[in-house]
Design a protein around this ligand. Sequence first.
Ligand SMILES: *[C@@H]1O[C@H](CO)[C@@H](O)[C@H](O)[C@H]1NC(C)=O
Ligand SMILES: *[C@@H]1O[C@H](CO)[C@@H](O)[C@H](O)[C@H]1NC(C)=O
Ligand SMILES: *[C@@H]1O[C@H](CO)[C@@H](O)[C@H](O)[C@H]1NC(C)=O
Ligand SMILES: *[C@@H]1O[C@H](CO)[C@@H](O)[C@H](O)[C@H]1NC(C)=O
Ligand SMILES: *[C@@H]1O[C@H](CO)[C@@H](O)[C@H](O)[C@H]1NC(C)=O
Ligand SMILES: *[C@@H]1O[C@H](CO)[C@@H](O)[C@H](O)[C@H]1NC(C)=O
Ligand SMILES: *[C@@H]1O[C@H](CO)[C@@H](O)[C@H](O)[C@H]1NC(C)=O
Ligand SMILES: *[C@@H]1O[C@H](CO)[C@@H](O)[C@H](O)[C@H]1NC(C)=O
Length: 250
Amino acid sequence: MRVQLSATLTILSLTLNTVSSVGLSVLEGSPVTLITTQHDKREDILNIKWFYNQTANVVYYVPTTPNEKVADLFKGRVEFNKTDFSLTLKNPQRSDSGLYTAVVETLNKGAEAATSYELSVLAPVVAPTLTVVSNWSSSDSCNVTLKCTGLNVSLISSCNGTFCSQEGGDRFLSIAFNHTIVSCNHSNPVSWRQTTMELEPLCPSYEADVAPPAGISPCLLKALLLSVGLIVMVTAVITVHISYKLQKTK
Ligand SMILES: *[C@@H]1O[C@H](CO)[C@@H](O)[C@H](O)[C@H]1NC(C)=O
Ligand SMILES: *[C@@H]1O[C@H](CO)[C@@H](O)[C@H](O)[C@H]1NC(C)=O
Ligand SMILES: *[C@@H]1O[C@H](CO)[C@@H](O)[C@H](O)[C@H]1NC(C)=O
Ligand SMILES: *[C@@H]1O[C@H](CO)[C@@H](O)[C@H](O)[C@H]1NC(C)=O
Ligand SMILES: *[C@@H]1O[C@H](CO)[C@@H](O)[C@H](O)[C@H]1NC(C)=O
Ligand SMILES: *[C@@H]1O[C@H](CO)[C@@H](O)[C@H](O)[C@H]1NC(C)=O
Ligand SMILES: *[C@@H]1O[C@H](CO)[C@@H](O)[C@H](O)[C@H]1NC(C)=O
Ligand SMILES: *[C@@H]1O[C@H](CO)[C@@H](O)[C@H](O)[C@H]1NC(C)=O
């Protein structure tokens, strides 16, 4: 038994070098299928194994026999496809994270790693917390400093009503500003959550800056002035023309 195991390990360490592993992140509880690509003829294949962390056999299958063998650790939790040799984890848990390698043994080539995955099973990210560190405002400006905190990372943001700066954070924690709403987005490779905050109550001057002063917008005012100007000019031209004609007929 011990001899057999060490033989397996030797074969693995020899063959695992020939294939590089693919990183794969999935949400815990969401089924994931690990597919394998190999180009050997079915009748040449002696057996297929899926390894976990290079030592534990998840599945062992001999194509000339009806059923695959599944390790106790994975019984009831995986599905092996005898047609394409893919392995499905039906309800992956965080503890299932690790290296999954398909090893195919053929008559002429021996055992060879066909496919390898570095699987990360992740919990959904928690919503970040957004708090006010300081707030200050006058009639024509404001300065609100916010702190957004994720699981192990945080950022500081200073907002002046039209712009929010960001200090800290990383690609998994960032802040965005939309008109009057500040939102902090916390993510991991498989999920994201965001927390938002109204900036307006903390930054009243913002409204005065952006909103038009009266009912008429500056754009409308411009258009109105332009039309009046045009009418006056056209009228002047016509008047001159008519009076010229009248003078001529006299
Ligand atoms: C096994 O894989 C084959 C080919 O990809 C597919 O047609 C079949 O539906 C799969 N079987 C199961 C039980 O998923
Ligand atoms: C498998 O390997 C991963 C790291 O690659 C490790 O986090 C995990 O604990 C290992 N699992 C077992 C059961 O050895
Ligand atoms: C903003 O500042 C005012 C005056 O300093 C203070 O009363 C208020 O509690 C602050 N608001 C928040 C949300 O911290
Ligand atoms: C806003 O307040 C923060 C913290 O008090 C300060 O670091 C920053 O320089 C201020 N920004 C402006 C534009 O006054
Ligand atoms: C935070 O945790 C995640 C997952 O555990 C890790 O990938 C990331 O590098 C960590 N970030 C920092 C800044 O420590
Ligand atoms: C807010 O800060 C940005 C960038 O520093 C600046 O361009 C903008 O004029 C500022 N707005 C106000 C109302 O202070
Ligand atoms: C700004 O945020 C609000 C509320 O989240 C949303 O309804 C609106 O569509 C957003 N506007 C833009 C321009 O993104
Ligand atoms: C939050 O960040 C994630 C990852 O970068 C992105 O997929 C998602 O669309 C973002 N959500 C919003 C509302 O911007």
